[in-house]
Design a protein around this ligand. Structure first.
Ligand code: DX5
Ligand code: ZN
Length: 221
């Protein structure tokens, strides 16, 4: 199983975004970009123009987490701007199958995210077409929140369902992932680790990202 580190720039210095990405790039597989609309979540960040502006500064896979009421509306501009994958919240979608098809139609990998209280069953019908499942381990909207251990059984159940589906669906964790909680996520079967404040809130984000890389790769042995 390929394990991936996806630093989230939400709590990085957004005024120096390209430089912040460069700091963690060597250790990172993906760069996680949190797009929020102030409606689906009570925070407002950035959108497709920023993704496009960042694109020339990094060769990494851009993993866009869409915390918005109408994720499908953003797909054309994100694809045009150079995003690689989009993760849409199942709570925001009338027709998840259509949204996943639309993302694929734009050449984007498609993921579905669930808030902590949303049952895994809401995404299971789409496992045959999905590229990624994200059971959120905090209430989406802000970085720096505490990891919710109660989501671990949902992560383990997702791993079992993915194995049963027999497809390479990535299992991402996002929210409160740090050196103490990451091993629990690994144990539960997660393979893509979003890490925000634990990297960008550290004194040395580059060294910290490398340490996370080793933690993830060490778990492989
Ligand atoms: C929160 C975002 C996360 C956030 C994670 O809604 O989806 O990606 O940046 O930050 P930490 O790692 O600080 O919880
Ligand atoms: Zn996120």
């Amino acid at each position: 199983m390929t394990r991936r580190l996806a630093p989230s720039v939400l709590n990085a210095d957004l005024a120096q975004l390209a430089d912040q990405v460069r700091l963690v790039e060597e250790a990172a597989d993906w760069i996680h970009l949190d797009i929020m609309d102030g409606h689906f979540v009570p925070n407002l960040t950035f959108g497709p123009p920023l993704v496009a502006a960042l694109r020339p500064h990094s060769g990494r896979y851009f993993d866009c987490h869409l915390m918005v009421d109408d994720p499908e509306a953003l797909l054309p501009a994100l694809a045009e701007g150079g995003a690689n994958g989009v993760t849409m919240h199942v709570e925001a979608l009338d027709d998840p199958a259509r949204a996943v098809r639309a993302a694929a139609g734009h050449g984007l990998d498609a993921g579905l995210a669930l808030k902590p209280a949303t049952p895994l069953e809401t995404v299971l019908p789409y496992l045959d077409t999905l590229d990624l499942v994200l059971p959120m381990t905090v209430e989406p909207g802000f970085g720096g929140q505490a990891f919710d251990d109660r989501v671990l059984p949902k992560i383990a159940a997702a791993r079992q369902s993915i194995a049963a589906a027999g497809r390479p669906v990535a299992l991402q964790v996002d929210g409160g992932v740090n050196a103490a909680t990451l091993p629990r996520c690994l144990e539960a079967g997660a393979d893509v680790f979003v890490v925000g404040t634990a990297i960008f809130g550290a004194d040395d984000p580059a060294a910290t990202a490398k340490a996370f890389r080793e933690l993830i790769d060490g778990g492989e042995r």
